[in-house]
Design a protein around this ligand. Structure first.
Ligand code: GLU
Length: 295
């Protein structure tokens, strides 16, 4: 595969922050490796805080996506890899928890809030857009990345270029996601709902739907795997999807502490390193850490 890497094509995605995607001609880069963060040696935290509890337990439960190349995907060894996964490893490391002590679970778009509310996970890091509706039931640290909604179509499709073009057409997206709501409410598409984004791939391939919609960076991962089959409908995005780290509502100390860590990752190079080890293999423009929203 390596030899083919020189035959890469590049194109540009103008998102809220521009993304340059470089697609492998042979279809797919190796899913992200790891930035291997240094694990804090016996860090101390104020008694009674979630940080103190997790640190003492020596483990943390994190929900992430398992089927999204670049941000969260389970590799051949059964372990998740991607930019979201690296964010989780960085936070765990600051609690003195090594990557192999993290208890991962798959969170799909629709079960992220319930998993947090029920305490099945301590954190959700899963291409999870911060919005007011979700903030009624969970809290968010971040944002740590800003994506934007886009459309993916079959390579030979020249009729769908912008969201207005899917009016009345069948579009696959995932139940409980912000893009599924937007494409119906704002652009009057006929939604074909799925449980995960990878479950939308076959319906598009078989022309049961005309497009898949979600965040540009998720679609970019699928296009990178099969550049001869799929393409982004356009370089433009049509929403802002600021990614946050979901946690239990009301745990302000934990939220503030995570925000402090994110800011530190932006300054000490670990944010950049995490990006380069994962999504940066395909998306060539490295993001700056967005301004943290403390509320
Ligand atoms: N960021 C959007 C959301 O949180 C779409 C991606 C996803 O479903 O994970 O709903």
């Amino acid at each position: 595969m390596k030899a083919f890497m020189t035959r890469r094509k590049s194109f540009f995605v103008a998102a809220t922050a521009a993304l340059a995607l470089s697609l492998s001609a042979c279809g797919g880069t190796t899913p992200g490796t790891t930035s291997d963060p240094t694990v804090a040696d016996k860090p101390t935290f104020a008694a009674g805080t979630t940080m103190a509890k997790l640190s003492a337990a020596g483990t943390i439960k994190i929900g992430t996506k398992y089927d999204q190349p670049l941000f969260g995907q389970v590799g051949l060894d059964g372990k998740p890899v991607g930019f979201d996964v690296e964010m989780g490893k960085l936070i765990a490391a600051k609690l003195g928890i090594a990557a192999d002590k993290i208890e991962w679970s798959e969170t799909v778009s629709a079960n992220r809030e319930p998993f947090i509310e029920q305490g099945r996970v301590d954190l959700v890091i899963a291409t999870y857009t911060i919005n007011d509706k979700r903030k009624q039931v969970v809290d968010f640290a971040g944002p740590y990345y800003e994506a934007g909604q886009a459309l993916m179509v079959l390579k030979d499709n020249d009729t769908i270029k912008k969201p207005e073009d899917v009016k009345g057409k069948k579009v696959c997206s995932v139940t409980g996601s912000t893009p599924a709501a937007t494409i119906v409410e704002k652009y009057q598409a006929e939604l074909s709902p799925a449980g995960t984004y990878s479950a939308c791939l076959e319906p598009l391939r078989n022309k049961q739907v005309e497009a898949i919609t979600t965040d540009n960076v998720i679609l970019a991962g699928f296009v990178d795997k099969e550049p001869e089959v799929f393409k982004l409908a356009s370089d433009e995005t049509f929403t802002k999807e600021p990614y946050g780290i979901g946690l239990k509502k009301g745990d302000t100390e934990f939220r503030n502490w995570i925000n402090d860590q994110l800011e530190a990752f932006g300054k000490d190079g670990s944010y950049k390193k995490a990006w380069e080890a994962t999504a940066g293999s395909v998306i060539k423009t490295a993001p700056e850490l967005p301004a943290i929203v403390r509320y």
